[in-house]
Design a protein around this ligand. Structure first.
Ligand SMILES: NCCC[C@H](NC(=O)CCC(=O)O)C(=O)O
Ligand SMILES: NC(=O)OP(=O)(O)O
Length: 318
């Protein structure tokens, strides 16, 4: 694997899941694979899980991991072509990229969308610029459009909790929030579930106005009625996102979309998922989050094995 910025094909996802489950059993099995190699992790936005799990994964493979909070500790980066840099940006990615490429064997970056400029956000400029100007493999730690390490951990968790021989019904259910959030997590989850369509029945439910970009919604079944969508679900992935069509807006919602135990009257076996961080009792009730139905801690724990499988695959291709 060269870069990890979106869902690979179904056979590659299968290989990554197998590799992740192998590392989960034997975390240090490949402790010499990354010896003498360095991974650089650049953050333009906050993180708890992605930062720590990716560092642990790299260390399990013998790599040195260095984190730079580019938003706080780096020079403000310019990515535009031909810009006269007489404003707030100090350093161009054309100059910083080769520097980073000389320091690191693998480069990772987190860069959230503006949610104000759709066209710009859809370009995933930071990821594309790093690929172009560092010459090194790039891993997305959540970009302006996708969050593939999260989706791999989600796919691993679904695989682990699925009943053998039964194709699970997986429902992505929109949840309320106090502020507009990116579409990256639902875009990415939908992209992965659509690739895995032979393994899962995938349904999306959200209020009108919260349609995802058609390229990510893909062939998912869209059901606007949350109760109808949740019936007989095996997995319910709860997540807020802002409007894509009215970009970054929060169109008014008439009914209560918070997921509670009572929402699952017709889905008695459903496992509850969320990528975290979660706003308790806004998106999801305490009752569900604190119940054995929640596999949220499993998803977060699987972030280590997801990252380890991806980094190992890239190291093997160097
Ligand atoms: N990396 C996982 C989710 C990150 C981000 N959540 C947030 O920004 C939550 C912020 C808050 O709750 O105030 C998102 O939804 O894409
Ligand atoms: N789920 C997730 O990506 O969490 P962080 O934002 O804490 O990394």
């Amino acid at each position: 694997m060269k870069h990890f910025i979106a869902a690979p094909d179904a056979s590659e996802i299968d290989r990554l899941i197998s590799s992740a489950l192998y590392y989960k059993q034997s975390p240090r099995a490949d402790k010499l694979l990354g010896e003498g190699k360095r991974i650089g992790m650049l953050f333009m936005n906050p993180s708890l899980r992605t930062r720590l799990s990716t560092q642990i994964a790299a260390q399990n493979l013998g790599m040195d991991a260095i984190v730079l909070n580019l938003d706080k500790d780096g020079w403000k980066m310019e990515t535009g072509d031909g810009v006269v840099m007489n404003g707030s940006t100090v350093e161009h990615i054309k100059d910083a990229g080769p520097v980073l490429g000389s320091y690191f064997d693998i480069i990772c970056v987190r860069s959230f969308p503006s949610l104000t400029d759709k066209e710009e956000d859809e370009k995933d400029t930071m990821i594309r610029s790093l690929i172009r100007h560092t010459g090194k493999p790039v891993i997305s730690l959540e970009s302006t459009t996708l969050h593939p390490l999260q989706s791999l951990a989600d796919a691993i968790s679904i695989r682990e909790k699925s009943v053998p021989g039964r194709k699970p019904k997986v429902v992505l259910s929109w949840a309320p929030h106090i502020k507009p959030l990116p579409q990256c997590v639902p875009n990415s989850f939908a992209q992965w579930m659509n690739v895995l369509h032979r393994d899962v029945d995938f349904v999306i439910t959200h209020p009108e106005g919260y349609e995802l970009a058609p390229e990510y919604q893909g062939n998912a079944t869209l059901v606007y009625d949350q109760q109808e969508a949740l019936a007989d679900a095996d997995f319910v992935y709860v997540k807020n996102w802002s409007s894509y069509n009215d970009y970054g807006a929060m169109p008014a919602v008439q009914s209560d979309w918070q997921l509670r135990a009572s929402s699952l009257a017709h889905a008695p076996a459903a496992h509850i998922m969320h990528c975290l961080p979660v706003r308790r009792n806004v998106e999801l009730s305490d009752e569900l989050l604190d119940s054995p139905r929640s596999i949220v801690p499993l998803q977060a724990a699987n972030r280590v094995w997801a990252a380890q499988a991806v980094i190992a695959s890239i190291l093997k291709s160097l």
